[in-house]
Write a protein that binds this ligand. Structure first.
Ligand SMILES: Cc1ncc(COP(=O)(O)O)c(C=O)c1O
Length: 441
C-alpha cells in the first residue's frame, strides 16, 4: 500500500513539474525544450511506476496469445495470403443476417436475460438432444455467452480454486493457458504424439495428482484437426469417474468434420452428463465470429455459478444476435453443409499439394479447417519458418510452437481461404523450401 502511495505521489509530483516546466520551456530555446523533455520523461516514469503498482499479479504475468500477436501484425501487412487466422472466410448466411436486422426492427434492442433468451436456450436444448443425445434443461442447464470465449472464461472462474490443476492435451489452443491462469488454476500439459495425437490412458493418467480438478477436451482439436473417437472419450470418462474430475468439452468445431468421421459430444458418453461442461459457439459453424454468441451446458449447480460470473462480466448477449442464433440453428443447416463440403475440397487440394513440397509431410485431418503439417524436414524451427514464410513468401501461418513445445516441428495452416489462395500459398511455400540451402529431405 505504501508503495502505491509513493508511486502515486511520484505521478502527481511529475504532473506538477511538467506544468511548471511547460511554462518556462515555451519560447526559451534549446535549453527550455530540453528541460521540457526531461520533465516529460519524469512524468512517464511516474505514470509507469503508478501502473505497475496497480496491476494485479494475476494479470501482470499474463502473456498475450501468440496467435493474437500474429493476427495484429499480419493485419498491417499488404499482399499477404492469410492462412493464419482461426475463422471462416465465408460471410454469415443471409437468413441469419436478415433475422438480426428483423430483430432490431422489432425492438430487440434492450438488455436480455443473463441466461439468454429462453427461445434460444430451447433451440440449443433441442440441438443437444438431436446431435448428441444430451438432455439439457433450458431453464437450469444452459447459458448463452459472448462466444466460446465467454463460456470458457465463466467456466474456469466458476470451478477453479487457487492451485487447482487442469489437464490440457498438448499441442493445444494457447488461450486455455491464459484462461486457467486468470482463474488462479495451474495448466498441466498432457503431451500427445504425432501424427494422430490420440488420447491414451497412460499419458492422461500419468499427469493426474491430488490437485487435478478438471480435464480440457477440445474435440475436434485446434490445431491438430484430430477428432477423438468413442474409445478415446471412454478413456477420459473412466479416469474422470475414478478420480472425480470435471471435464470441459470444448466442441466449437463439432460440425466441421469430414469423410465418415462422427463427432461424439462428451456429455453424451454414459455417466458424463453431470461432470461435463460443454462449451459451444456459433462462430465457426455458422461463420459468425464477429457476432460473439456461444453457450455453456452444465449441471444446475455449475450453471448457477456460470450465470453469476457472466452477469458480473458481460451481463447478457445482444438479444438481436440471439434471435439470429435461433435462425442459425433452425434454418441454416444446408448452408453449414455447403461450407463444410467446401472446406473438405480445400483440405484435399492443400494436403495433396503440401505433400509434394520437399521436406513437408501432412496428414489429412478429420476435422476443423486446420492442417498441421510436419516441417521437420526443412530443418528450421517453426517460429523461424513462419517468420520467413511471412516476410519472404508473403504467406501467413502460425508456428507450431505457439501451441506448446509439442507443437514444435509443425505449422498450423488454415484452409478457410479460397482455393486459388491456397494453391498460390503452397506454390510459394514450395519455392521457398526448394531455395533453402540445407535440411530438405
Ligand atoms: C478451440 C477453440 N475454442 C474456443 C474458441 C472461441 O471461439 P469463439 O469465442 O469465437 O466462439 C476458439 C477460437 O478460435 C477455439 O479455437
Amino acid at each position: 500500500m505504501l508503495g502505491v502511495q509513493i508511486d502515486g505521489a511520484v505521478g502527481i509530483l511529475g504532473v506538477c513539474w511538467v506544468r511548471a516546466f511547460c511554462c518556462c520551456g515555451r519560447g526559451r530555446g534549446v535549453c527550455g525544450r530540453l528541460v521540457l523533455l526531461l520533465a516529460r520523461g519524469y512524468v512517464w516514469m511516474g505514470v509507469f511506476r503508478l501502473n505497475v503498482a496497480y496491476l494485479s499479479a494475476r494479470v501482470a504475468s499474463l502473456e498475450t496469445s501468440p496467435i493474437r500477436k500474429l493476427i495484429d501484425l499480419v493485419g498491417k501487412m499488404p499482399d499477404v495470403i492469410r492462412l493464419h487466422a482461426g475463422e471462416p472466410d465465408f460471410d454469415t448466411p443471409l437468413c441469419i443476417r436478415e433475422a438480426a436486422k428483423n430483430a432490431l426492427d422489432c425492438g430487440y434492442t434492450h438488455y436480455a436475460h443473463t441466461a439468454g433468451l429462453l427461445e434460444l436456450r430451447e433451440a440449443i436444448a433441442e440441438k443437444a438432444w438431436e446431435d448428441n443425445r444430451v438432455e439439457a434443461d433450458p431453464e437450469t442447464e444452459i447459458t448463452v455467452t459472448c462466444g466460446g470465449f465467454g463460456a470458457l472464461f465463466a467456466t474456469f472462474l466458476s470451478v477453479l480454486n487457487s492451485g487447482d490443476e487442469v489437464l490440457v492435451a498438448e499441442p493445444c489452443w494457447p488461450s486455455y493457458k491464459g484462461f486457467i491462469r486468470l482463474a488462479g488454476g495451474v495448466p498441466v500439459f498432457v503431451k500427445l504424439a504425432p501424427p494422430d495425437y490420440a488420447l491414451d490412458a497412460t499419458s492422461v493418467q500419468g499427469k493426474i495428482t491430488e490437485r487435478t480438478k478438471m480435464v480440457v477436451l477440445n474435440n475436434p482439436n485446434n490445431p491438430t484437426g484430430a477428432v477423438y473417437d468413442l474409445p478415446q472419450l471412454q478413456v477420459v470418462a473412466s479416469l474422470a469417474r475414478e478420480h472425480d474430475l470435471l471435464v470441459l468439452a470444448d466442441e466449437v468445431y463439432e460440425k466441421i468434420v469430414y469423410d465418415d468421421t462422427r463427432h461424439h459430444g462428451f456429455a453424451g458418453v454414459p455417466g458424463m452428463h453431470d461432470r461435463t461442461i460443454t462449451v459451444n459457439s456459433f462462430s465457426k459453424t455458422y461463420a459468425m465470429t464477429g457476432w460473439r454468441v456461444g453457450y455453456a451446458i452444465a449441471n444446475p449447480q455449475i450453471t448457477g455459478a456460470i450465470r453469476r460470473v457472466h452477469s458480473y462480466t458481460m451481463s447478457c448477449v445482444s438479444p438481436a444476435y440471439q434471435k439470429a442464433a435461433v435462425t442459425a440453428l433452425i434454418r441454416a443447416q444446408d448452408r453449414v453443409q455447403q461450407m463444410v463440403n467446401e472446406y473438405k475440397e480445400r483440405r484435399n487440394i492443400a494436403v495433396e499439394a503440401l505433400n509434394r513440397v520437399p521436406g513437408l509431410r501432412c496428414v489429412k485431418p478429420h476435422g476443423t479447417f486446420y492442417l498441421f503439417p510436419d516441417i521437420r524436414g526443412l530443418g528450421l524451427p517453426s517460429a523461424i519458418l513462419a517468420e520467413q514464410l511471412l516476410t519472404k513468401a508473403k504467406v501467413a501461418t502460425i508456428p507450431g510452437s505457439a501451441f506448446g513445445p509439442r507443437g514444435e516441428g509443425h505449422l498450423r495452416i488454415s484452409v478457410a481461404a479460397s482455393r486459388g489462395d491456397l494453391v498460390e500459398a503452397v506454390k510459394r511455400i514450395d519455392d521457398f523450401a526448394r531455395r533453402l540451402p540445407s535440411g530438405v529431405d
